[in-house]
Design a protein around this ligand. Structure first.
Ligand code: NAD
Length: 245
């Protein structure tokens, strides 16, 4: 069990990649702090307990610093420390530039970029105090290459890579590693509004001929969070079935 004795806070863990990551981390021995604004946060906690793991859940919006701070306080009261933060919560609100509204732009930046900043600010002192920690930012291949109709999302996902590299420089000497993971197209509800035709064309662009599964991103997070990745810092890891070749 690669994450024994670790406490991991995972945002956006009610479903999709975040939920798969919470379940995987618990299987690897971590005590998991499950965060999401959705009520289904309780289901993730229940599933972890059913598989014999330990977890507590918080219904928290990553754009709200006060509730994030209260969650961190609650997690520390229960588990005493936080070793791993996975900044996974993210949304899309797609439109081509000429049609994108300011509200769409601001909302995606607020959740994906500012939310990642908010959560990291809230845990960094706890990690600095113990001189150990791992911070993982969920970016996207869109955060490296851009994507049609995703000005706001691309800006946010480029941004979380920029913050990961900056924090890797600032925190590395204090025992904290920071990395970004860039999934390709993964089968989750974030793709629910993408037309079937577009999904098929995405699959055709992947040399492996299929979309990824949430568990395949969860395994990458688990590896990066573990001591097996002890010299990986400031890295940007594409997990996309070779789609960008
Ligand atoms: P998803 O929609 O299945 O899950 C996202 C979760 O985040 C949901 O449970 C949602 O309630 C939660 N969330 C949204 N806003 C929140 C907020 N303000 N505060 C707290 N929680 C919030 O999406 P997913 O596909 O599992 O995506 C997870 C991450 O991976 C996102 O950052 C996404 O951008 C990134 N990603 C996904 C894909 C993909 O193809 N699925 C590809 C690249 C990157």
């Amino acid at each position: 069990m690669r994450l024994s004795n670790k406490v991991a806070l995972i945002t956006g863990a009610s479903k999709g990649i975040g939920k798969a990551t919470a379940l995987k981390f618990a299987k690897e021995g971590a005590r998991v702090v499950v965060c999401d604004l959705d009520d289904a946060v309780a289901e993730t906690v229940a599933e972890i307990k059913l598989q014999g793991g330990q977890a507590i859940g918080f219904k928290v919006d990553v754009t709200k610093s006060d509730s994030i701070n209260a969650m961190v306080k609650g997690a520390l009261t229960t588990y005493g420390h936080i070793d791993i933060l996975v900044n996974n919560a993210g949304i899309v609100q797609d439109a081509q530039l000429k049609k994108m509204t300011d509200e769409q732009f601001d909302k995606v930046i607020d959740v994906n970029l500012k939310g990642t900043y908010n959560c990291t600010k809230a845990v960094v002192d706890v990690m600095l105090e113990r001189k150990t920690g791992v911070i993982l930012n969920a970016s996207s291949i869109v955060g490296i290459y851009g994507n049609f109709g995703q000005t706001n999302y691309a800006a946010s996902k480029f941004g979380v890579i920029g913050m990961a590299k900056t924090w890797a420089r600032e925190l590395g000497r204090h025992g904290i590693r920071v990395n970004a993971v860039c999934p390709g197209f993964i089968e989750t509800s974030i793709l629910q509004d993408v037309p079937e035709k577009v999904i098929r064309s995405m699959e055709e662009r992947v040399p492996m001929g299929r979309l990824g599964k949430p568990e395949e991103i969860a395994s990458t997070f688990a590896f990066l969070a573990s001591d097996e990745a002890s010299y990986i810092n400031g890295a940007v890891i594409e997990v996309c079935g070779g789609m960008t070749l």
